[in-house]
Design a protein around this ligand. Structure first.
Ligand code: SIN
Length: 314
């Protein structure tokens, strides 16, 4: 049960027991430090927070996101200057056979040494129906693991690579039914991107949340390509089991977009899935990315102090 009476400046309505909360009585373009402290607290408690009826542009979205962490540009789009607040547009006449960015369960950038801390996604134009985003809480997923599986996973190191999504040539990877459309997404597939795609990065399978210290089952869909010191015959069934486990309905929530809606998620302890089911309608979003730090394992040193209770902090 959540203590919802602890909030004095905002109203928080959880979507489910594990994941997501809507926040009311806030105009994001005009908040002070006290309101932000409550928003940040709700962000940590619910891992993804949602707001309705906001009136933001790239600058005000970026300014809000920057209160959580410095902004970062993780990849450049063809013909665009690097910009940490990107515009994502899918035209109404795009056929469903063309994939959209994020139409599979994933956590952003787990194949980098320091994946993004979070993302703020703002809706400029929503489809009449469809185009929802689903979220899964990886701390709840850890808690929901059987004790024997927790003990087995704790010492393991997972191997992450963009090749799991894009293939080693950048043109389609495992676990996808259709190749990612570089043409549609205008991703620049240059030597730097290819080098990035071919790298393998090691992260602990069970991480520790850098702010709350909570254990995270850091499983990130087809960004994960193996387990260190296991061959594929051993690693593949374990990864399949864990990938199925983290997206069990009781660890998830689903958000319906409207113009003016905003979501902010903690990318260190969530996965998300952008559903490709709105052919015939346009969807336009602004997306601000926040810089993160290298994931740490349970036994690794890090700043793992529990966040103070809200009332004590204010
Ligand atoms: C993403 O960040 O994967 C896209 C999310 C969305 O468009 O809903």
């Amino acid at each position: 049960m959540y203590d919802l009476s602890q909030y004095e400046k905002i109203r928080v309505e959880p979507l489910t027991a594990s994941t997501g909360a809507e926040i009311f009585d806030v105009d994001i373009a005009h908040i002070d430090d006290e309101i932000f402290a409550e928003i940040k607290h709700a962000f940590h408690e619910h891992t993804v927070i949602f707001f309705r009826d906001q009136n933001l542009d790239a600058d005000s979205l970026g300014a809000f996101a920057e209160r959580f962490a410095p902004l970062v540009t993780t990849y450049a789009r063809e013909g665009e200057a690097p910009n940490p607040v990107g515009r994502m547009h899918r035209a109404a006449d795009t056929p469903t056979s063309v994939r959209n960015l994020g139409d599979r369960w994933h956590a952003d950038q787990s194949s980098r040494e320091a994946p993004n801390m979070g993302v703020a996604l703002y809706c400029l134009e929503a489809p009449r129906y469809g185009g929802d985003t689903l979220f899964a809480n990886l701390c709840a997923a850890y808690e929901g693991l059987a004790p024997g599986l927790k003990a087995m996973c704790e010492p393991l190191i997972a191997l992450h690579s963009l090749a799991g999504i894009y293939g080693t040539d950048g043109r389609g990877g495992v676990g996808t039914t259709k190749p990612f459309s570089y043409e549609a997404e205008h991703v620049r597939l240059d030597d730097e991107m290819l080098e990035q795609i071919r790298k393998r990065i090691e992260h602990p399978l069970i991480c520790s949340h850098p702010e709350s210290g909570k254990p995270i089952l850091y499983v990130t869909g087809n960004h994960m390509v193996g387990i260190k010191d296991m061959n594929d015959l051993e690693a593949a069934p374990l990864l399949q089991l864990l990938n199925n486990h983290v997206v069990r309905p009781r660890f998830t929530c689903r958000f319906r977009w409207k113009k003016g809606s905003l979501a902010v998620w903690d990318n260190r302890c969530t996965q998300h899935f952008a559903v490709n089911d709105y052919a015939g309608f346009a969807r336009t979003m602004l997306r601000a990315e926040m810089a993160g730090t290298r994931p740490i394992g349970l036994a690794m040193p890090g700043d793992t102090a529990d966040p103070k209770p809200l009332k004590a902090a204010s």
